[in-house]
Design a protein around this ligand. Structure first.
Ligand SMILES: Cc1cc2nc3c(=O)[nH]c(=O)nc-3n(C[C@H](O)[C@H](O)[C@H](O)COP(=O)(O)O)c2cc1C
Ligand code: SF4
Length: 118
């Protein structure tokens, strides 16, 4: 039996705007207390303080999506204690398909992949 390496807590509530972030932290902590495998939390992390807070509360790993869509230099910005520019508008779900662009705030960057959508 291979077992489980980790559990990532995610969900689709992030599509609702103006929710407090990070999403699902309390839910993830409840699961953290019930299982003996690392917990990964994704959703709404935009600055180092949020990440440290979640890690201090017991979350093992943090993952992110939209901050990297918005800014390819996001890791470097975190090191400089800058926040993500992502405003959680969720335009990236559609504009990649229609315009091959990644982020609504970054009209300068065109996705590099050559993909033909039906
Ligand atoms: C363009 C886009 C595509 C995504 N596709 C998936 C997917 O296929 N499966 C999935 O579980 N989550 C998907 N997600 C959700 C992300 O993994 C993540 O849970 C969500 O964006 C919240 O994290 P964030 O605030 O760091 O972006 C997608 C997110 C974006 C922005
Ligand atoms: S399109 Fe909106 S939600 Fe997506 S990465 Fe850019 S700012 Fe964030």
């Amino acid at each position: 039996m291979d077992g489980i390496d980790a559990i990532e807590i995610s969900g689709n509530n992030f599509k609702k705007l103006n929710q407090p972030t990070p999403y699902f932290l309390e839910n993830a902590l409840k699961i953290r207390n019930k299982v003996n495998v690392p917990i990964i939390l994704v959703g709404g992390f935009r600055n180092v303080n949020q990440m440290n807070n979640a890690l201090e509360k017991g979350i093992d790993f943090i993952s992110m999506s939209r901050p990297f869509i918005a800014d390819e230099n996001f890791v470097q910005k975190l090191k400089n204690d800058e926040e993500s520019i992502c405003v959680n508008c969720n335009e990236c779900f559609e504009i990649f398909k229609t315009q091959h662009k990644r982020c609504a705030l970054r009209k300068d960057i065109i996705h590099q992949l050559e993909i033909n959508f039906p």
